[in-house]
Design a protein around this ligand. Sequence first.
Ligand code: UT7
Length: 329
Amino acid sequence: MTSLIPVGISGMGRYVPERRVPNAEFESLLDTSDEWISQRTGIHERRYAREDELTSDMGAAAAREAIADAGLTPDDIDLIICCTVTPDYPFPATACQIGHKIGAERAGGYDLMAACSGWVLGAFTASQFVATGAMRHVLVVGVEKLSSVIDFEDRTTCVIFADGAGATVFSPLEFAKRGEYLHGSAGMRGGTEDILSIPAGGTRLPASAETVAKRQHFIHMEGRQVFRFAVNTFADLVRKCVEGHTLDDLGLVVPHQVNMRIIESAASQVGISLDQVFVNIDRYGNTSAASVPIALYEAREAGRLVEGKIVSCVAFGGGLTWGHVALRW
Ligand code: UT7
């Protein structure tokens, strides 16, 4: 095999829907309060897409920005990996809709479903294609319209999940000049669908009047169990990112925006301060596969990505799945 080509991030984009939904809006729907939501999750508001705004519309908006940021045109994109659990259709893949909307005529594409770990595993995958020379420019889109699968009668989930999109172009480092891909990982534990899933609509429980009546097409989550898994996995993944380095080499952790208490507990387990962690959950809630690429984009905008330092992207979620991508900025 020929030697691997160093890989970097050549462009980033983000799209968040216009509609802001403050915690107070839930007070009239359910037995909850702004105080409970902000104290237990760190969320103050989130964004919801319009009814006619599709997952692919949000993904395409973020993708256009990422491609322009890279100084490329849609024609330069070889592959689109769309990471989502809220596709436009069960099939075809939302990657095809995004490719069509942005005019990426040459690109291949497919969806990657790994829930909240989606973008991280997509980034890990994209980097391998570029590193081997099989592809030159790979677009990874993390996008969700979770407002379409939220049960607004379930106060334990509906206040958490939200909509948005982040997109990243992976290219040879000599072209990208920044965001060098160092290494990544992927993990999973099956048999856990009882604690985080949309129970119906697949082959196990095809859609029927009964599944609709039982509200089984909405997200179901055993929050406490996911909480424990998330804290431990988060900490392990950050340690993996800095293996062979010291914590001084760590510039910023850009984690899945899951819950402020989870972020605080994991940071204290690893022994880093919250200044070394990027947080925007207060403004966007949990946008699943979109959360890390939106956060990475905003971390760059805020000047938080320090040249030469390690950026640790870590995520975990339904599957259960988890993964990391370590970058050097
Ligand atoms: O992205 C990956 C997937 N998601 C996650 O990783 C989420 C992980 N889990 C969490 O973030 C937290 O577990 C939640 C935010 C979901 C819940 O927080 P918690 O502190 O674990 O609450 P709990 O489930 O232990 O519930 C405590 C109480 C319960 O009442 P009782 O049984 O003690 O009377 C809940 O019914 O809080 C109640 N509760 C609420 N109260 C007001 C749950 N949701 C709400 C709410 N408003 N929205």
